[in-house]
Design a protein around this ligand. Structure first.
Ligand code: ZN
Length: 225
C-alpha cells in the first residue's frame, strides 16, 4: 500500500499552549509591534489555553503617547497583559547601560517567575532588538524557564539567517495576530506599508510543517520530561 510520508508518518503534534496552561509566559520585545509581528499568534494561543501572558515592551523611542495606546490595543486584542519597561517617556535602548537593562529584566523574572520566555534572536539586524536579546540571555541564570527566540521583526522583508527549530500552529489565531498588528497604525498605514506580508509569511511557515499558518521559534533551552 502506498503511504503518503508527508502526512502519515508525521509525529503527533504536542500543544505548546497546554504546556504552559496555568503558568506565566513572558514575551519580551524592544518596541511596540515587535511581539505582535514576531509571536502574536503564539501569544493569543497561549492565552486562550489558560497561560498568563505578559507582553514586556522595553521602550517607546518616540511618539510616546500614540505608540503607548497602540501597544495597549495590541495587547488587548491578544488578551495579554502589557508591561512597558521604560514607561516614563521616549527612551532609546542604546542609551541605557547594559547592566541596568539586565537588572530591570532580572526584576521582571523575579516578579513573574515565568515558565517560558520568548524574545528576539541573535539573527536580528536591528541593534535595539539585539541589545534586548543579549540582555535577556543572562536572566536564564535566575530560573529554569524555557527560552525561545522569534523570527527577526521588521516592517519590510529583508534576508536574515534565522532557523526555526519549532513551529507553533497558529491557524486558529492568525486573525487575532493580524488584527493586533494593524493596531499599530502609526507604523503601517501611515507610512504606506502593507501588513499582509505577515499573513503570507505565516502561511509560508505553516507550509513547512503542513498546517495553514505557523510561527517559527528557535529553541535555546527547553526541558523535556
Ligand atoms: Zn522593534
Amino acid at each position: 500500500m502506498k503511504m503518503d510520508c508527508a502526512t502519515d508518518l508525521r509525529p503527533q503534534a504536542q500543544s505548546l499552549a497546554s504546556r504552559y496552561a496555568g503558568q506565566t509566559v513572558l514575551a519580551i520585545g524592544a518596541h511596540p509591534d515587535d511581539l505582535e509581528i514576531g509571536v502574536g499568534g503564539t501569544l493569543a494561543k497561549l492565552r486562550k489555553s489558560g497561560a498568563k501572558v505578559v507582553m514586556v515592551v522595553a521602550s517607546i523611542p518616540k511618539d510616546f503617547d500614540v505608540r503607548l495606546e497602540e501597544a495597549k490595543r495590541g495587547a488587548q486584542i491578544l488578551g495579554c497583559e502589557l508591561r512597558i519597561l521604560f514607561d516614563r517617556g521616549p527612551t532609546r535602548i542604546e542609551d541605557v547601560k547594559t547592566c541596568d537593562l539586565v537588572g530591570m529584566l532580572d526584576d521582571v523574572i523575579r516578579e513573574y517567575n515565568p515558565a517560558a520566555m520568548l524574545t528576539h534572536s541573535d539573527a536580528d539586524f536591528h541593534n535595539d532588538h539585539l541589545l534586548i536579546y543579549q540582555a535577556c540571555l543572562p536572566t536564564q541564570r535566575l530560573a529554569h524557564f524555557d527560552f525561545y527566540s522569534y523570527h527577526p521583526t521588521n516592517c519590510r522583508p529583508v534576508p536574515v539567517r534565522f532557523h526555526p527549530r519549532a513551529y507553533v500552529d497558529i491557524t486558529d489565531t492568525i486573525d487575532a495576530k493580524m488584527h493586533a498588528i494593524t493596531a499599530h497604525a502609526s507604523q503601517f498605514g501611515g507610512r504606506g506599508l502593507d501588513t499582509e506580508m505577515y499573513r503570507e509569511f505565516a502561511h509560508l511557515q505553516g507550509r513547512m510543517v503542513g498546517v495553514p499558518y505557523a510561527e517559527g521559534l528557535d529553541v535555546s533551552r527547553m526541558l523535556l520530561s
